[in-house]
Design a protein around this ligand. Structure first.
Ligand SMILES: Cc1ncc(COP(=O)(O)O)c(C=O)c1O
Length: 463
């Protein structure tokens, strides 16, 4: 009988994969020796493998380029990075190596843009797409950015008052976009997104507030589907509705020339993940082209704002199994030396699943376990993989430490988890390592942040 962990993985998945390989009985990620990382820095640790950010941006650009060429599409493609998925400087510095544009969602994002400009990472020509509900500070910051020469800054109007507020402060003419409030999937508890302006109100909004405003040029229509770009009836239906609004608006507003289809490319959340990105892009381009041809309007330039796709597959977390608690005949709880709630908050908040594997001891026999975090919260656990409904790991042995890795965790976890802030049960934030490749393709590592100390936590608490 094949009872080793390595057999289980081989029987369940197509393994090895491009980024996951084995060296002896230890897992490598993009040829990075994860046990060497543990030996050098200890666990728990989080890491960012920076080259994956550039790789994914280039992949997406290539898919769009292929489609645009194959379908003789007359518009351009513009890749924007959605900063809210990870605001870190190392992420933005890596992303901006790839001739990209930026999407922002709140006031302080503009300070990041100004910092990137000062460092020469972006220019006045870089598109800065400002989404989100705009309160005073955000309006002030956008106004300053535009007045300082960011000629391609496009605030996306999310509520009716924003236009007047921006017009008051911006000295010259400026461009805007309008966000369409998409209708949510039928299974949602609400029907229309609170974000943006309803389908029916877009054209009247343009007629009443933009058309005769000499300072303002409507350039972009924006829409974002919460559930992501999926090949299902809901997505295609929403895209079509949006395209109908685009073509109606284009007929009365010649300056409109761009369509922003938001973020939502999925990432690999299981070793069995399958998604045909090129097909999706081909079909999106095709739908846009057909609808525009039918309505006799020119096709728009296309913008996307991929967050997860840009940064998600660069991140990972490694924990040590501290101890096994056998609570009854069936439940073996492997306790990790950190917390799921605080370090991978989406696992707790929205039951998100990531790729999870043992880092070492692949030749050992496996057992079925549950994974528990260190906080006293009964919800601090992880109990199934994406398509297995259970977790299997090499058998716990007190004298042979077991390490496990969660992969493709690079988007949203730090900002939702409040990186560097107060943590549930004061379980400290783990150290964070940046991994890069040098000119010769050799792996380099450096410490980005140490594990949180008691002094830092007590300082936050006012002691
Ligand atoms: C307006 C907008 N654009 C882009 C994104 C990024 O989405 P994703 O990370 O799924 O690519 C989001 C995410 O919430 C969003 O609200």
């Amino acid at each position: 009988m094949n009872t080793k962990y390595i057999d289980l993985i081989n029987q369940t998945y197509d393994f090895p994969q491009e980024e996951f390989t084995l060296k002896g009985d230890q897992l490598q990620f993009h040829d990075v020796d994860l046990m060497a990382l543990v030996a050098q820095y200890g666990a728990p640790l989080k890491f960012t493998y920076l080259p994956k950010i550039s790789e994914n941006i280039q992949r997406a650009k290539q898919w769009f380029e292929n489609s645009i060429k194959a379908q003789n599409y007359k518009g351009s493609y513009n890749y924007c990075y959605c900063t809210k998925s990870s605001h870190f400087k190392h992420v933005l510095h890596e992303a901006t190596k790839n001739d990209i544009h930026i999407e922002t969602s709140s006031a302080f994002d503009i300070n990041i843009i100004e910092n990137l400009k000062a460092e020469g990472k972006i220019t006045d020509k870089t598109f800065v797409i400002c989404n989100g509900f705009k309160r005073e500070q955000y309006i002030t910051n956008i106004t300053r950015l535009i007045n300082d020469g960011q000629e391609n800054c496009i605030p996306i109007i999310d509520n009716y008052e924003e236009l007047d507020l921006l017009s008051e402060g911006i000295k010259g003419d400026f461009k805007v976009g309008i966000r369409i409030a998409s209708e949510e999937e039928p299974k949602f508890e609400f029907y229309t997104s609170r974000l943006g302006i309803g389908y029916k109100n877009i054209v009247p909004f343009y007629e009443n507030q933009i058309k005769n405003n000499e300072k303002v040029e409507l350039k972009m229509l924006h829409f974002f589907i919460n559930t992501g770009m999926r090949d299902n009836a809901y997505y295609w239906n929403e895209l079509l509705k949006c395209l109908k609004v685009y073509t109606r608006l284009k007929k009365i507003c010649p300056t409109l020339d761009s369509l922003n289809i938001g973020g939502g490319f999925p990432i690999k959340n299981s070793l069995a993940f399958e998604y045909d990105y090129q097909y999706m892009v081909d079909e999106i381009i095709n739908q846009i082209k057909i609808t525009c041809e039918e309505e006799g309007v020119s096709v728009p330039h296309i913008f996307t704002e991929f967050g997860s796709f840009t940064v998600g597959e660069s991140g990972g977390a490694i924990y040590e199994i501290l101890y096994q608690k056998q609570q009854n005949d069936r439940e073996k709880w492997n306790m990790i030396n950190s917390s799921f709630i605080t370090t991978l908050p989406d696992t707790w908040a929205i039951s998100k699943r990531f790729i999870m594997m043992a880092i070492n001891r692949w030749n050992d026999t496996y057992e079925r376990v549950l994974l528990g975090g260190l906080t006293c919260d009964s919800d601090d656990y992880y109990n199934s993989e994406q398509n297995m409904n259970a977790i299997y790991l090499p058998r716990y042995k007190k004298e042979q430490p077991l390490y496990i890795g969660f992969f493709n965790t690079g988007a949203y976890q730090e900002s939702i988890g409040g990186f560097g802030g107060l943590q549930h049960c004061l379980v400290p934030s783990p150290k964070h390592i940046l991994i890069d490749k040098d000119k010769d393709g050799n792996c380099t590592t450096r410490l980005f942040s140490e594990q949180q100390t008691s002094e830092q936590l007590l300082g936050i608490l006012g002691y």
